[in-house]
Ligand binder design. Structure first.
Ligand code: FAQ
Length: 332
């Protein structure tokens, strides 16, 4: 099975484990030192990073699709330019993240093959459709907003290449979040029809955004190890709550209503309490049965196939360059 061979390769790059090395590693992590690619690390730490970083990279790339859908229909040149730049940024994030994963001893080809074979995940959120222009505002405001909430702590992740990639990613995501909010503000202060459109987008994106943070803590199988290794700094539920607390006042400022009758501010805890998340829907989306899973994977496969010639041309060029350098070295 492909997943096995990827894991075997990841294991194969790790020196045999011994308790002393593991203790030294944990002490470095506890002392907030960054772990670099050539440092000794437990096989499970390497495996978890390959899984998380590659899934994150796939999310950035698949995440270009819902917004790419609106580039040709953006309502003005200014909006079109900003949206093109944003989608291009997401592509760049995918590239930094694949490069960070590659430092762990896997190839990009293997990672992409895992995605195309349906073995690697990408974020559940990108399996929802963008039905109107307001969805572009809602994605920037809410999806990028949730992504930032999750990714700011990742700037302090124990693995050096991932933490450094996150610093630039977060700067760009915060610009995305503001452009999304500005679209929502324009619509919310526009005509009655535009306000309805903004409210409808919020209604459809709110709950899937809360799911982005992952399963409840009690069901999060990777959290304990990832927290011990300082990959995760906050639990899924803690980040979800931070997101709700930050976003509810923003929705109020827009004059929009969050689609949750149970939402209420708890004076004692100073947190916004929210209703039950539909975890059945989350599981269905992860199982490939969300509204757009099939379309997203079909688009990724088609893009990969149509890019074959580019990869072949780049490889042929690299081989010629190597041959030229070797010939020049021989002649010297
Ligand atoms: N969707 O044990 P945990 C973005 C899976 S980037 C799909 O809690 P963990 C930018 C999880 O993988 C958005 N699967 O896992 C943008 C695991 O399954 P596995 C992506 C999910 O890793 C904006 C299982 O459930 N961000 O939006 C999801 O400790 C706009 C059990 O879960 C990242 O990837 C989900 N939502 O915590 C782009 C951030 N949640 O792997 C374009 C980095 C959980 O065993 C436009 N990742 N699962 O098969 C993380 O921080 C973590 O991986 C979590 C999950 C928090 C996502």
């Amino acid at each position: 099975m492909y997943a096995q061979s990827l894991n075997q390769q990841v294991e194969g790059t790790t020196a045999p484990e011994d308790a002393e090395a593991a203790a030294r590693f944990q002490a470095r992590v506890d002392a907030e030192e960054r772990i670099e690619p050539n440092d000794w690390m437990p096989a499970a730490y390497r495996r978890t990073l390959v899984r998380q970083i590659s899934q994150h990279a796939h999310s950035e790339i698949v995440g270009m699709l819902p917004e790419g859908n609106w580039i040709t229909r953006a309502p003005s040149l200014r909006r079109k330019a900003a949206l093109i730049a944003k989608v291009q940024d997401e592509c760049g994030h995918g590239m930094y993240l694949y490069a960070a994963a590659e430092t762990l001893g896997v190839t990009r080809e293997q990672l992409v093959d895992e995605l195309l074979a349906g073995k690697a995940k990408y974020s559940s959120i990108f399996n929802y459709p963008t039905l109107t222009w307001a969805d572009i505002g809602a994605i920037g405001w809410l999806v990028d907003g949730a992504a930032i909430m999750n990714q700011i702590p990742l700037c302090r992740c124990s693995f050096g290449p991932y933490s450094r990639a996150m610093i630039r990613v977060c700067k760009e995501e915060s610009f995305h979040q503001r452009q999304g909010y500005e679209i929502m503000l324009t619509l919310a202060r526009g005509t009655a029809a535009q306000k309805v459109m903004a409210q409808d987008a919020l209604n459809r994106w709110w709950w899937p955004c809360l799911m982005m943070f992952g399963p409840p803590d009690a069901q999060s199988q990777h959290s304990d190890a990832s927290t011990r290794w300082k990959i995760k700094r906050f639990s899924n539920d803690a980040l979800r709550q931070k997101f709700v607390d930050a976003t509810v006042p923003q929705a109020h400022f827009l004059g929009l209503t969050l689609p949750d009758p149970a939402l209420r501010f708890n004076e004692a805890t100073s947190h916004w309490e929210f209703g039950e998340i539909d975890w059945t829907e989350f599981k269905q989306v992860l199982a490939g049965n969300g509204p757009c899973n099939r379309d997203r994977m079909a688009a990724r496969r088609a893009a990969h196939t149509s890019g074959d010639w580019v990869r072949e041309a780049a490889q042929a060029y690299a081989a010629k360059e190597r041959a030229r350098s070797a010939a020049a070295a021989g002649a010297a």
